[in-house]
Design a protein around this ligand. Structure first.
Ligand SMILES: Cc1ncc(COP(=O)(O)O)c(C=O)c1O
Length: 382
C-alpha cells in the first residue's frame, strides 16, 4: 500500500452521484446486462454522432469482435504498430490471423503511415492503428490507404475517448472503432469497452459475438450461428460509464491544462537541453490520455527501471507504456528479432509515462518535474 501522499500515475474520478447510481443498480434486482447497458450504448451513440454502438466488458474483446465482423481470420494479415499494449496484437492472433508490424513515427509515436504501403502483401486484409496516448493517427491519410487497397480498418482507439480529428470526435467517423473504459482511460466503466459500427447489421453481429452467438426470438426461441464469447458488460459497470460520460469534456480539458503545465515546467528546467524527448504538443487533436517523455539513454548512467524506482521512492508513480510487442517472447517465437523496428524499440525502451489524471493539482506537476529533473541531472553523463 502506498502512503497517502503518494502521487499515482493515474486515478479515476468517480462522483458521488455515480456511486449512488451504482447502489441503486445493486438494489434493483437486475445487475448484469440490462437497461443500464442499453442507456450507456444510447448515450455513446449520441456522442458518436448517431452511429450504432455496442458495449462490452473490455476494449480487447471489442477489437476481437471488430476483426470477426470484418471477416478477418486464418491466412489473413493485419497491419499494426509494435508500440502498443499487447492486446492490440494478441487479438489478431486470437482470430487466427497474422500481425504484420510497421515501425512508428518518432514524432507522433504512432504507426508511420508512410511505411504501410511497402508492407502490404496479397494477404493483407486490414489495418489496426493505435492512437498512442490519445494522439490520433491522421485519419485522412489512413483511410486513403485503406481505400486504395480495399482494406478494412479496425481502429484501436482504446486510448482516444474524446480525442478529435478535424473537429470531430474519434469514433464519429471511420470504419470499426474500438474504445476502452479500463480505469486508467479518460472515462471508465471499471472494465469495459465499446465498438462503434457502420450499420444495424454489424451491430446485431456484434451482439452475437458478444454473447455466445445467441439470437433470441419470442419467449423461448434461441438460435446460434456463430461461436461468440462471453463479453457482455454488466449493468453495474454500465452505470459507472453513464456517470462518467457527462464529465468527459471537463476531464479532458483538465488533462490538457496539466499537460501544458508539464511542457512549460519541463522547458523551464532545461529538459530538452538534457535530451529528454517531449510528446508532440498537439492541443487540437489529442485527449492527453498520457503524458510521456522519452529518456536520453545514451546520456544517462541509470536505467529507466532504476529511475522509476527512485521516482517511486520519492512518492511518484510512473509507467513504461509500452515494451515493443514484437520483442515479447510469444512474438519472438514467431520470428521477430531486435532490430526489426528500431524506432519502436528505442522509444519502447526509454518511454516514461508521468502522472496525469483530472484530479491532479498544478503543484503535483511541479513536484513531478522537479523530482524527475533532479534525478536526471544526477544521472547525466554530460
Ligand atoms: C492501446 C490499447 N489497446 C487495447 C487496450 C485494451 O483495452 P482493455 O484493457 O479494456 O481490454 C488498451 C487498454 O489498456 C490499450 O491501451
Amino acid at each position: 500500500m502506498n502512503p497517502p501522499d503518494f502521487l499515482p500515475m493515474t486515478r479515476p474520478s468517480i462522483d458521488e452521484e455515480t456511486i449512488q447510481g451504482v447502489c441503486e443498480v445493486l438494489r434493483s434486482g437486475w445487475i448484469t446486462s440490462g437497461p443500464q447497458v442499453k442507456a450507456f450504448e444510447a448515450a455513446l451513440s449520441r456522442y458518436f454522432g448517431g452511429r450504432p454502438v455496442r458495449a462490452c466488458n473490455s476494449g480487447t474483446c471489442t477489437m476481437e469482435i471488430g476483426l470477426r465482423i470484418a471477416g478477418i481470420g486464418p491466412g489473413d494479415e493485419v497491419i499494426t504498430t509494435p508500440l502498443s499494449w499487447v492486446a492490440t496484437s494478441n487479438v489478431i492472433l486470437a482470430v487466427g490471423a497474422t500481425p504484420r508490424f510497421v515501425d512508428i513515427d518518432p514524432i507522433t509515436r504512432n504507426i508511420d503511415l508512410t511505411r504501410i504501403e511497402p508492407a502490404l502483401t496479397p494477404a493483407t486484409r486490414a489495418l489496426l492503428p493505435v492512437d498512442l496516448a490519445g494522439l490520433p493517427v491522421d485519419r485522412d491519410a489512413l483511410y486513403a490507404i485503406a481505400r486504395r487497397h480495399g482494406l478494412r480498418v479496425i481502429e484501436d482507439a482504446a486510448q482516444s475517448m474524446g480525442a478529435q480529428f478535424k473537429g470531430r470526435p474519434i469514433g464519429s467517423s471511420g470504419d470499426l472503432v474500438s474504445l476502452s473504459f479500463h480505469p486508467n482511460k479518460n472515462i471508465t466503466s471499471i472494465e469495459g469497452g465499446c465498438l462503434v459500427l457502420n450499420d444495424e447489421g454489424e451491430a446485431r453481429l456484434a451482439e452475437q459475438y458478444r454473447l455466445q452467438g445467441v439470437v433470441r426470438s419470442g419467449f423461448d426461441g434461441l438460435e446460434v450461428e456463430v461461436a461468440g464469447g462471453k463479453f457482455n458488460l454488466t449493468d453495474v459497470a454500465a452505470r459507472v460509464g453513464l456517470g462518467q460520460l457527462p464529465h468527459l469534456a471537463q476531464f479532458n480539458a483538465r488533462r490538457a491544462a496539466l499537460s501544458r503545465r508539464y511542457f512549460e515546467e519541463l522547458t523551464e528546467h532545461g529538459a530538452t537541453a538534457l535530451g529528454l524527448g517531449l510528446p508532440l504538443a498537439d492541443f487540437t487533436h489529442s485527449n492527453w490520455h498520457m503524458f510521456q517523455v522519452v529518456l536520453p539513454e545514451e546520456r544517462l548512467n541509470l536505467s529507466r527501471g532504476q529511475l522509476m524506482e527512485q521516482m517511486h521512492a520519492a512518492g511518484i508513480g510512473t509507467g513504461a507504456h509500452y515494451p515493443p510487442i514484437h520483442l515479447l517472447a510469444l512474438y519472438r517465437r514467431r520470428g521477430f528479432r531486435p532490430g526489426d523496428f528500431p524506432i519502436a524499440e528505442y522509444v519502447g525502451r526509454n518511454i516514461l509515462t508521468l502522472p496525469l489524471f483530472p484530479a491532479m493539482r498544478d503543484a503535483d506537476v511541479t513536484r513531478v518535474v522537479e523530482t524527475l529533473m533532479r534525478l536526471l541531472r544526477k544521472a547525466a553523463r554530460y
